[in-house]
Write a protein that binds this ligand. Structure first.
Ligand SMILES: [Zn+2]
Ligand SMILES: [Zn+2]
Ligand SMILES: [Zn+2]
Length: 694
């Protein structure tokens, strides 16, 4: 997901961990019920249509004052009353001093200011600064409170300063909305002007990629930047109450985004009414509660738009997403699924897991659900795991149906009888007999195709890297993970093997590719650094030279089994792998280019593509993190003016490949792999070759 330290970006659909029941589908049901719960005064469609008619007739007045909004607004909307006790013997007016004279500010907050006292006591509950609007004065007071020593604050003061700091940050968020909105307005203007000039026929227009441009400056994904732009425009154009709440420090950017996204499909009038309700509700409320309220209002006011949005999301963004957890484990999820499908799949998984548990398979229910999920999606029958609990897999009734199995109704019994008839010929079908150790439900993964790139420190050539491996888009892998992946990959006919030599500075020096299937690799061992496979023949350690010790990559941690360098058998095995793969290395251009690997055609060969991607393993746009392996190779200077050569090629994700061609964007490759990007704003960003963490 994204770069924000934010709560879940989909709060509307995410289960709230607080006091939630165990099964997520129950949570969704409860939430859906809450969302659909109609407010008093708006019980049926007739009333709704009557209200719509009044809207169409231009009925004046605040919509939320009408009966249909009864129960939605807080009893007393609006910001909480200002604290009126500005006690503590200080008589300067701290109220709305957002543009206080800097000299005065210095006098107040300097060593001689504030009567010589530390400001921390001002932040005690209901003291002068507690609840004060964000302003330069409040900012200075919090700075002074911290300078006075955290240890000297009471906890009451500590919390008061913390809350003041949050209000200040919220106001900073307000500034950002204004700035982003103005930036987007200028890009829109440029785009409209160009469209008008070109009669709407230009393939790339100025201002067409404001998200891409902003993403570079904020170091977020273009998608996240586009969302920021859309929200900022909504807030400044249609949601004045929420925007004012941010300026007052009462609403944070995250909650403002919820309100913006929740009103996106409403008419301007509806959005304005909902804005006032949500702005009054948001301060001090949990984001999930705000999201529910926004979703319920939206569903009531624009049910067709909600439906259309769901359909569009299914069309545009439905996918199976594999990702990385913060822990380093992996995740797999179907995104933008049909709700009924998701609930049915989840219920089926729950029922199978409950059945495994009832039949004596060990493990927490959640872990069994994940096991079932993995078995199902790799074309295996999860109920075969029951054999490990001494129940025959051929038994059509492997155990009593647990009474608590969610969704395990009789007519969709997930037992072996209703198991989909997968067999030999189906993708992923595993016809080898299951010879697992009893009690160990974990099994070898299904063969998978992969582009395996062995990263080898060049200064040791056959030395050993303790560094973790990397898989495109998956980040760092530990040695056991690499071993598992390599074993699975070695058995797949589409797997390709490459090796990249990495110089002492961490950049790629040379690359070699091997064609064809090499299943023997699965038998030899894991990758560099992996623990030896106990099943593989162990080469005897030759009387290795002492010099093999210390041939480790720089920065290696060395905390693996007490070894302090590559041991000879491992080095020998790596040498054997390279020899058997028949790898011949081609140098990667650095500094200058002799065009030795240049090709006399537009489309680069696989070999040249690999050289460029080994040099630069991510999209070379600034701030972009898209793996090069999934993207395009772009001629920096268009072919044939620019050659098909390492010095004129760079990997791009699809978005940046397109944005690079838009007016205002400029790209130069000043050296092989050194990319100088000039954005429409005129700001320049340079990216360089990949530095591998070996
Ligand atoms: Zn290669
Ligand atoms: Zn060249
Ligand atoms: Zn990119």
């Amino acid at each position: 997901m994204d770069e924000h330290p934010q709560p879940d970006p989909d709060p509307g659909l995410s289960p709230d961990p607080e006091g939630a029941p165990d099964c997520p589908d129950a949570r969704i049901d409860a939430q859906a019920a809450a969302d659909l719960d109609a407010p008093p005064g708006f019980k049926d469609l007739d009333e709704y249509f009557a209200w719509l008619q009044r809207l169409i007739d231009g009925d004046p007045g605040r919509p939320e004052d009408r009966p249909e909004f009864r129960g939605w607004a807080d009893p007393e909307p609006g910001p909480p009353p200002e604290p009126d006790n500005l006690g503590c013997g200080i008589s300067i007016s701290l109220g709305d001093a957002t543009d206080v004279d800097p000299a005065l500010l210095a006098a107040m907050t300097g060593p001689g200011g504030l009567g010589g006292m530390l400001p921390a006591p001002l932040f005690a509950q209901e003291a002068a600064a507690d609840g004060l609007r964000p302003s330069p004065v409040l900012a200075a007071l919090t700075e002074r409170a911290l300078a006075g020593g955290l240890a000297r604050m009471t906890e009451d003061e500590l919390i008061g300063v913390l809350r003041a700091s949050v209000r200040l940050a919220n106001r900073e968020g307000w500034k950002q909305e204004l700035l982003i909105s103005e930036f987007a307005r200028r890009r829109e203007q440029a785009k409209d002007a160009e469209t008008a000039a070109a009669g709407g026929r230009a393939s790339f227009r100025a201002g067409e990629f404001p998200g891409e441009e902003l993403a570079v400056e904020l170091a977020v994904s273009p998608l996240a930047a586009a969302e920021k732009i859309a929200n900022a425009q909504d807030l400044t154009r249609r949601l004045p109450a929420t925007l004012a709440g941010m300026a007052d420090g009462l609403i944070d950017p995250y909650r403002a985004a919820i309100s913006a996204e929740g009103t996106q499909y409403l008419s301007d009038d509806d959005a304005a009414a909902v804005d006032r309700i949500l702005a009054a509700f948001a301060p001090g409320r949990r984001a999930s509660a705000l999201a529910r309220k926004a979703a319920a209002l939206e569903l009531k006011l624009a049910p067709d738009a909600v439906k259309a949005r769901k359909e569009q999301a299914k069309r545009d963004r439905q996918r199976v997403e594999a990702g990385r957890e913060k822990s380093g484990n992996a995740s797999l999820a179907g995104r933008e699924m049909d709700t009924a499908d998701a609930l049915a799949s989840h219920a089926y998984i729950c029922a199978l897991a409950a059945r495994l548990r009832a039949a004596g398979v060990d493990g927490p229910l959640d872990a069994l659900r994940v096991r079932v999920f993995a078995e199902l999606t790799q074309g295996r029958n999860p109920l075969d795991l029951i054999r490990t609990a001494s129940v025959s897999a051929s038994d059509p009734d492997p155990g009593p149906e647990p009474a608590t199995a969610p969704g395990a109704a009789d007519d969709d019994d997930p037992g072996t009888g209703s198991w989909p008839a997968w067999g030999p010929g189906d993708p992923g079908y595993d016809e080898t007999p299951d010879d697992d150790t009893p009690g160990a439900p974990r099994r070898e993964p299904t063969p998978l195709p992969a582009l395996v790139n062995l990263l080898i420190p060049a200064d040791t050539m056959l030395g050993w890297s303790d560094a973790p491996g990397q898989a495109a888009g998956w980040g760092l892998l530990d040695r056991q993970e690499i071993t598992d992946i390599l074993r699975a990959a070695a058995q797949h006919p589409r797997t390709r093997w490459c090796a990249t030599l990495v110089g002492p500075d961490g950049t790629a020096v040379a690359h070699a590719c091997a064609d064809g299937r090499h299943p023997w690799l699965a038998d030899i061992t894991g990758p560099p650094g992996a623990p030896p496979d106990p099943l593989a023949p162990q080469p005897q350690p030759p009387p290795g030279p002492q010099g093999s010790h210390g041939q480790r990559a720089p920065n290696s941690s060395g905390d693996h089994g007490g070894r302090d360098g590559p041991d000879p058998p491992q080095a020998e095995r790596l040498a054997e792998i390279i020899a058997r793969l028949g790898l011949t290395f081609t140098p990667i251009a650095k500094g200058g280019c002799d065009h030795g690997a240049a090709e006399d055609r537009y489309t680069p060969s696989r070999k040249l593509r690999h050289l460029v991607r080994a040099r630069t393993d991510r999209c070379d746009a600034p701030g972009c993190d898209a793996p090069a392996i999934h993207g395009d190779l772009d001629h920096t200077t268009e072919y044939p003016a620019g050659p098909t050569c390492q010095c004129n090629l760079g990997p791009k994700c699809r978005r940046h490949h397109r944005s690079k061609q838009a007016p205002g964007w400029k790209l130069q490759q000043t050296q092989p792999g050194v990319m100088r990007w000039t954005l429409p704003s005129g700001r320049v960003h340079t990216t360089t070759r990949t530095v591998y963490d070996l």
